[in-house]
Design a protein around this ligand. Structure first.
Ligand code: SAH
Ligand code: SF4
Ligand code: F3S
Length: 558
C-alpha cells in the first residue's frame, strides 16, 4: 500500500494541540505521511473543539468544503476527532454523511485501527460495482456515558497513558517548547461548560511518568515546558492507591477538594501534591529553563504551590486563572465554587508571593471572562468590569456566553441576555482590558527581558506569504507554534490578542521575529544580521524594550 497522505487540522485548546501531536506521531510510525494542505491528502482529519458554537461552526464549514471533493473522490477518508466528535456523536454523521471516522478525545489510541478500516472500506466502495451500501460502515470510537465510570476509566486511562508515553521527543519533533499533560478530564461541572462531558472524569497521571517525560524532552533539547490540565493545580497523586496492570500504573480518579485550605492537607510521603510535582520537575529536569502550567482553578491554590513557584527560579511568574465573572450571583449560577472575595484574596496572595517587578520578574496574570451568561444584569456586568480593573490581567479572553447542548445551563437556564447586549458588554470589557494591557506593556519599556524565540512574527509571515495564519495544521511534525496562546482558542486570535500584522511591513529589511518573556508577554525584534531566523527559534535572547502597545513589546537584542 502506498503511503497515505494525511492532513490534520487542530482547533481549540492546548490539550487538543498536544493530542494532535500524539496522533501525528502514532500515524507517522505506521507509515502515514503528513501534508500541509487538505487538497493533496487522502485522509483529512479535524481535531475539534466544542467549547463554543463558533468553534463547531468552523468545523462544519470545513466539512462542507470537503464534501464537494468527496463526491469526485469517494476514496477520500474524512475524520472528526476530539471534543465535537464526543459531544455530537453519531448525530454528526447523520447530519454530515461526509464523515467516515469519529473519534472522541479519550479514544485517540484507537484512531489507527479506525483509519485503517475506513481506508479499506472506502477503497472497496471506490471499486465496488455491486452497489452495496458501504456507507453504514463508519468507524466510530466514543466514550459516551462510560467516560465517567471508574471501571472503564481505568482501562481507557491506561491506553491513553500509553499514547502520552509513546510521544516523540527527538529534536526534530519540537521547536524547543513542549506541552506535557498532567491531568485528564474535569470534575468541576461549571454549568455552561461542555468539557466534563467531552473529556470525561478527572484523572491524574503518575508523577514518575510525568517527570520522566519532562526529562526525555529536556534531553532532546526542549527548554520550555507547559504542563496541561483543565484544573491543573488540582493535581494530586496518592501512591499505593494505584493498581498496576502489566506493570503500568493506572491513572487515579480526581478527588473533590473542599477548598479554602492553604495547603494540601494530604501532603506527605504517600501523596504527590501539585507543589511536589512542580518541585520535582524543576529539580530533576534542570535544563528546562521555563516551566509553566495552564489552566489554574482559583480555588484549591495552596501557599505550598506559591512557595515552590517563588523558590524555583525556572518556574515562570505566570498564572492563567480565569474568574469567568465578577458577580457572586453569576458565579453561583455558573457553579464555580468560589466567591469574588475568595478570588481576589487569591490574586492578592499570589502577588504577595510572586510579584517582583524590581527584579524584572513581575507576576503576569491572564484570565477568561464569560459575558452575558443566563440572568446577567447590568449590575453583574459592572461588577465584572470592576473585577478587571482590580485584578489587572496581562490579557483576558472575553467570550460571549454560548449555550452548549448537554450542559446544565443549556437544559435549565434560559439564554436570556439579548445578543446586542452580549456584544456591547463584550466590547465594554474589551475596552477596559485593552487599556490595562496597554499600561502593563508600556511599563516594560526600558527593561531588559529574556525572550524565548518562537518564530517569525505575524507581520513577517504576511510579508513572506501574503496572508496571515489561521488555525493550525499539524502537518510537519514540528508542533506548529502559536503566535498567541491561551485556553479556549477558536483557531483565531482571541479578543485582546496583539495585532502585530496591522503594522505595515517594510518591503525589505531584517526579518522580524517573535518570542515570549517569562511572564508570557510577546516581544518582537529584528533577527540579527548573519543569523538565519530558523537558527534563532528555540533559543533565548536578551532584549531591551524600546516601545510597546497593548500586548506587543518591541525589543532590541542586547
Ligand atoms: N478549565 C478551564 C477552562 C476551559 S474552557 C477553566 O476552568 O478555567 C476555556 C474557556 O472557555 C473558559 O475559561 C470559559 O471562559 C470559556 N467557556 C467555556 N464554556 C463556554 C461557553 N459555553 N460559552 C462561552 N465561553 C465558554
Ligand atoms: Fe472544568 Fe474549566 Fe469547564 Fe469549569 S470551565 S467545567 S473547570 S473545564
Ligand atoms: Fe475540548 Fe479544549 Fe475545546 S477541552 S471543548 S478542545 S477547549
Amino acid at each position: 500500500m502506498p503511503a497515505r497522505k494525511v492532513y490534520l487540522e487542530t482547533f481549540g485548546c492546548q490539550m487538543n494541540e498536544l493530542d494532535s501531536e500524539l496522533v501525528a506521531t502514532q500515524l507517522r510510525a505506521l507509515g502515514y505521511e503528513f501534508v500541509p494542505a487538505p487538497e493533496s491528502a487522502d485522509v483529512v482529519l479535524y481535531n475539534t473543539c466544542s467549547v463554543r458554537d463558533l468553534a463547531e461552526q468552523k468545523v462544519r464549514s470545513r466539512l462542507g468544503e470537503v464534501k464537494l471533493r468527496k463526491k469526485r473522490e469517494p476514496g477520500l477518508v474524512v475524520g472528526v476527532l476530539g471534543c465535537m466528535a464526543e459531544r455530537d456523536g453519531v448525530d454528526l454523521i447523520k447530519r454530515m454523511p461526509v464523515v467516515d471516522v469519529l473519534c472522541g478525545p479519550a479514544e485517540l489510541d484507537k484512531l489507527p485501527g479506525l483509519l485503517d478500516n475506513a481506508v479499506r472500506t472506502n477503497d472497496a466502495r471506490h471499486t465496488a460495482d455491486s452497489g452495496a451500501d458501504l456507507r453504514s460502515a463508519n468507524q466510530v470510537a466514543l466514550q459516551g456515558a462510560a467516560s465517567r465510570r471508574s471501571s472503564t476509566l481505568a482501562a481507557a486511562g491506561d491506553s491513553l497513558e500509553m499514547l502520552d508515553l509513546s510521544r516523540a521527543v527527538s529534536p526534530e519533533d519540537h521547536n524547543g517548547s513542549a506541552y506535557v499533560r498532567i491531568t485528564r478530564g474535569c470534575n468541576k461541572f461549571c454549568t455552561y461548560c461542555v468539557v466534563p462531558h467531552t473529556r470525561g472524569a478527572e484523572t491524574h497521571r503518575p508523577p514518575d511518568h510525568i517527570v520522566e517525560e519532562c526529562r526525555r524532552l529536556a534531553d532532546a533539547g526542549v527548554m520550555e515546558i507547559t504542563l496541561l490540565g483543565q484544573t491543573v493545580n488540582h493535581y494530586r497523586y496518592e501512591h499505593g492507591a494505584a493498581v498496576s496492570v502489566d506493570g503500568v500504573l493506572q491513572p487515579q480518579k480526581g478527588r473533590s477538594f473542599k477548598g479554602g485550605h492553604r495547603r494540601d492537607p494530604l501532603a506527605g510521603d504517600r501523596t504527590t501534591t501539585f507543589a511536589d510535582l512542580l518541585r520535582r520537575i524543576h529539580d530533576e529536569a534542570p535544563s528546562i529553563r521555563r516551566l509553566r502550567f495552564v489552566t489554574s482553578y482559583p480555588r484549591d491554590f495552596g501557599d505550598d504551590v506559591l512557595e515552590v513557584m517563588r523558590d524555583s527560579p525556572r518556574i515562570c511568574r505566570y498564572l492563567h486563572v480565569p474568574a469567568q465573572t465578577g458577580s457572586d450571583r453569576m458565579l453561583k449560577a455558573m457553579n464555580r465554587g468560589y466567591s469574588v472575595g475568595e478570588y481576589l484574596e487569591f490574586i492578592d496572595r499570589a502577588r504577595s508571593f510572586l510579584d517582583e517587578p524590581e527584579k524584572e520578574r513581575p507576576l503576569m496574570i491572564a484570565g477568561d471572562i464569560i459575558c452575558g451568561f443566563s440572568g446577567e444584569t447590568e449590575e453583574d456586568h459592572l461588577q465584572t468590569a470592576e473585577l478587571l480593573r482590580r485584578v489587572r490581567y496581562k490579557n483576558c479572553f472575553i467570550f460571549k456566553y454560548s449555550p452548549r447542548p448537554g450542559t446544565t445551563a443549556f437544559d435549565r437556564l434560559p439564554d436570556d441576555v439579548a445578543e446586542a447586549d452580549k456584544r456591547r458588554r463584550v466590547n465594554e470589557l474589551l475596552a477596559i482590558q485593552h487599556e490595562i494591557s496597554d499600561d502593563i506593556a508600556r511599563r516594560q519599556v526600558g527593561s531588559e527581558l529574556e525572550v524565548f524565540v518562537q518564530g517569525v512574527s505575524a507581520r513577517e509571515q504576511k510579508r513572506q506569504t501574503g496572508r496571515s495564519t489561521g488555525s493550525r495544521a499539524a502537518g510537519n511534525g514540528h508542533g506548529v507554534q502559536l503566535t498567541v496562546g491561551g485556553a479556549g482558542l477558536d483557531g483565531a486570535d482571541p479578543p485582546g490578542a496583539p495585532v502585530i500584522a496591522a503594522e505595515s511591513a517594510p518591503a525589505s529589511g531584517p526579518v522580524q521575529m517573535t518570542g515570549r518573556t517569562d511572564g508570557d508577554l510577546i516581544v518582537v525584534f529584528d533577527c540579527p544580521q548573519g543569523r538565519s531566523p530558523d537558527s534563532m527559534i528555540g533559543t533565548f535572547v536578551r532584549t531591551r524594550i524600546t516601545r510597546a502597545n497593548t500586548l506587543t513589546l518591541w525589543g532590541e537584542i542586547v
